[in-house]
Design a binder for this molecule. Sequence first.
Ligand code: GDP
Length: 297
Amino acid sequence: AEMFGQLTSGLEAAWTKLKGEEVLTKENIAEPMRDIRRALLEADVSLPVVRRFVQSVSDQAVGLGVIRGVKPDQQLVKIVHDELVKLMGGEVSELQFSKSGPTVILLAGLQGVGKTTVCAKLACYLKKQGKSCMLIAGDVYRPAAIDQLVILGEQVIVPVYTAGTEVKPADIAKQGLQEAKKNNVDVVIMDTAGRLQIDKGMMDELKDVKKVLNPTEVLLVVDAMTGQEAAALVTTFNVEIGITGAILTKLDGDSRGGAALSVKEVSGKPIKLVGRGERMEDLEPFYPNRMAGRVLG
Ligand code: GDP
């Protein structure tokens, strides 16, 4: 199923109930608001977010009055649209670049979310903007992850710094960064080990690596399929290691879209990029405005 497909049709039910009305009132929006609430919950938007959203939309709707040429159902669509954009952070959150020396991007995330793939996709994306990149293989627990990164690096024609599995990630980071500086690389992207679940070992390792790299961006890679969990995950990583944003992957899958809608509001951190496929070109900025458009169909 198309992401947001169910949400879109759930919301349509709300607009339909306002056909023939002259003006939005507390009474006639009650049922549409219940539809909106239900649709958001079914799309895996987190409950506190849904509550605030519904409250804000109904407050605005009731105060609106008659607007010439705009029917009440269209008024409500517009309010929901603007509120969705706001929810997702409003503007696009651009990647930041260091003013001197290489920009360092540290990637974190649980196992299987698409972190290694994102490393190469991000390099591919930045190369198109004319930046030279280098990848650092820091997932020392899975030799296969290092091999995979090397293969992907070859595919996007970007050098990969590896030091095997016997060296501590923080030391690999230090050596890799030195190498990047020597070669005047614009952007260094470091892959790190993920675990199936959050654990202290992973967090401590990330803290050590972060200290060594002093990264411009610390991005948490999150699988959109985790739905409700995604927002809490971003919050936890932010509290533990301090992140600058998230990358949401697998938007081409049959996620219900809740993660895209909840992450910013729950964690305070923006989604900066989204992955929507397995090809190296399938990474793009997260546009709240376009996302809202997709939600409304
Ligand atoms: P890691 O364990 O976090 O490093 O995850 P990987 O990068 O190895 O990715 C795990 C799997 O997810 C691989 O089969 C990837 O091809 C796949 N994958 C990653 N990103 C996406 C995406 O945006 N869409 C789809 N459909 N698959 C993805």
